[in-house]
Design a protein. Structure first.
Length: 126
């Protein structure tokens, strides 16, 4: 097992790693819309947080030698399923034509009052 970290994504807010690689598999921890420079949630509501989450995840994957094209599974947690259409639009922009498996659930609460959290499983290409 190898632990990955990048300064281009927020520091973990607990006792966990940004990503762990086991064999050719990359498991990211859940990312919320934190600005890596300040450690605070970005302003601008759900859309801004969702975009920041994907930017953070892109940086974490890059630290392990991956892109969104390597993603096999996404787990998404939202504070309100009413944001689902906005999520789909932003997520679709980030993934392009790539369509990994995905779950989306409404959570009672997310860390720091975030509106969205996403974690990914990716496979490192040979």
């Amino acid at each position: 097992m190898k632990i990955y970290h990048t300064n281009d994504a927020p520091e973990a807010i607990g006792p966990y790693s940004q990503a762990v690689v086991a064999g050719r598999w990359v498991y990211t921890s859940g990312q919320i819309g934190l600005d890596p420079a300040t450690g605070e949630l970005v302003d601008g509501g759900f859309e801004a947080q969702a975009r920041r989450v994907l930017t953070n995840l892109r940086a974490v994957l890059a630290s392990a030698g991956c892109t969104f094209e390597n993603v096999i599974k996404a787990n998404i947690f939202v504070a309100d399923l009413a944001d689902f259409p906005v999520l789909n639009s932003i997520y679709g922009e980030a993934m392009g034509t790539h369509r990994p498996a995905r779950s989306t659930v409404q959570a009672a609460a997310l860390p720091k009052g975030a509106l969205v959290e996403i974690d990914l499983v990716a496979r490192i290409a040979k």
